[in-house]
Ligand binder design. Structure first.
Ligand code: ARG
Length: 459
């Protein structure tokens, strides 16, 4: 079939070669963006007197018709037209006749595809930011209801100090807050227009790049035409921001998987986000949490894939860059899906407060309280640490915990101990007293939740 670019060719590629080179099987995802970009381009051509108003109107109407058909899923794309840009141009010419061929004046597929990608991320990054807010809101709601639920806090996955479960959840709130800031920050670079850069060198037509940029909701234009068509940093940045977000989600997945195990029993994941086993009738598997943890791998893969594609490409556009798309689409889908599932999973998880509190009574996570106790009475902390370490060893030998050790043994270990140590050893008291800024004390956690809510209101 005759190509839109077929003038200098005497032979056509065989079908399987054509198929290998085509991006239409996946870049049809950009249909809306491609038409939107063309509408802005043709409006600019009209405004600058490059095309006659009559032609502009015909092209506009043709594009709007295609836009409508795209919305109704009525467009059928063909591999022989290679990509979304040529498919749409061909359809336009079929709709309105040869005047449709004027649309590509002063433009190349190179600035066109870059424009489409910017528009695509503009839409989806804003969507992701909203979904992060919803996820954070679910975390805040759970936290608010469980300020006084106490769990052992861990370091090295060894019980360290008792903490408020709400405080633990809120740690994720702040990670996600940073992720959101990163995405927002990246919008500056996403909202930049490459349109009008042409193939790489600009154009002889008296175009107005600022005008088409403003029609597309971009805040600025690329300064350099070569950079405009070669740059994929904004996609790398998106993949990197998404990798960080997925890494955070994955860490929480891991915790939820642990917490819902028989060994912990801190939470119960709602049935809607779990599955059974085909052989073991008792099983309830935290599939969605595992899957999100797993999907983190493909997002990292997409980041490394694109960095590797780009590293050896000379300026300006190279066909290699067509490989930028699938990883980006896949990441958008993965991040959006993961956030939606996760929000539901957090909102519906049931907290087993009794089990949590029982866990804090069967460990030595209150040992720091004793050391702090002695230090607050003037003993150097290092010495206090040593004394308490020995007491822990005594308890381990006798197979009980610090609360079970008789008072006279405390007194023998150090004269500074008084009867009130048993209050200090209570995990509830231990948590309640940690009201340094950003700490797990109940008052501090309440305050942090308030701050978080204010942040969410501001968006
Ligand atoms: N399908 C191409 C891509 O996705 C569009 C740009 C093609 N430009 C070119 N000069 N062949 O990268």
């Amino acid at each position: 079939m005759k190509k839109l670019w077929g003038g200098r060719f005497t032979q056509t590629a065989e079908e399987w070669v054509e198929e290998f080179g085509a991006s239409i099987p996946f870049d049809q995802e950009l249909v809306e963006e491609d038409i939107k970009g063309s509408l802005a381009h043709v409006a600019m051509l009209g405004k600058c007197g490059i095309l006659l108003e009559g032609d502009v109107q015909k092209i506009k109407q043709g594009l709007q018709l295609l836009e409508q058909k795209a919305l109704n899923n009525e467009l059928s794309f063909s591999v022989s037209e290679e990509d979304i840009h040529l498919n749409i141009e061909k359809m336009l010419i079929e709709e309105i006749g040869p005047v449709g061929g004027k649309l590509h004046t002063g433009r190349s597929r190179n600035d066109q595809v870059a424009t489409d990608m910017h528009l695509y991320l503009q839409k989806n990054v804003n969507e992701i930011i909203l979904l992060i807010c919803e996820f954070q809101a679910a975390l805040v709601t759970q936290a608010e209801h469980h300020i006084e639920a106490i769990i052992p806090g861990y370091t090295h996955l060894q019980r360290a100090q008792p903490i408020s479960f709400a405080h633990h959840l809120m740690a994720y709130f702040w990670m996600l807050e940073r992720d959101k800031t990163r995405y927002k920050e990246s919008l500056k670079r996403i909202n930049q227009s490459p349109l009008g850069a042409g193939a790489l060198a600009g154009t002889t037509f008296p175009i107005d790049r600022e005008y088409s940029a403003s029609l597309l909701g971009f805040n600025s234009i690329y300064e350099n035409s070569i950079d405009a068509v070669s740059d994929r940093d904004f996609i790398v940045e998106f993949l990197s921001n998404s990798s960080m977000l997925m890494m955070h989600l994955s860490r929480l997945c891991e915790e939820m998987i642990l917490w819902s195990s028989q060994e912990f029993q801190f939470i119960e994941i709602d049935d809607r986000f779990a599955t059974g086993s085909s052989i073991m009738p008792q099983k309830k598997n935290p599939d969605m949490a595992e899957l999100i943890r797993g999907k983190t791998g493909r997002v990292y893969g997409n980041l490394f894939g694109l960095l590797t594609v780009l590293k050896g490409t000379p300026l300006a556009y190279n066909k290699d860059m067509q490989e930028d798309k699938e990883g980006m689409f896949d990441t958008v889908k993965t991040v959006i899906g993961s956030l939606q599932i996760f929000t539901g999973m957090i909102a519906s998880m049931v907290i087993n407060k009794n089990q949590m509190s029982a866990a804090t009574k069967q460990d030595f996570s209150n040992a720091t309280e004793l050391a702090d106790y002695l230090a607050s009475k003037g003993l150097p902390f290092r010495e206090a640490h040593e004394i308490v370490g020995k007491l822990v060893l005594t308890c381990i030998d006798r197979e009980f915990y610090l609360l079970d050790l008789p008072f006279n043994e405390y007194k023998n270990a150090c004269h500074l101990f008084e009867e009130d140590i048993f209050d200090y050893l209570d995990p509830y008291t231990a948590v309640n007293r940690r009201n340094s800024v950003g700490g797990t004390g109940f008052r501090e956690v309440e305050n942090a939740i308030l701050q978080a809510k204010l942040r969410l209101e501001k968006k």
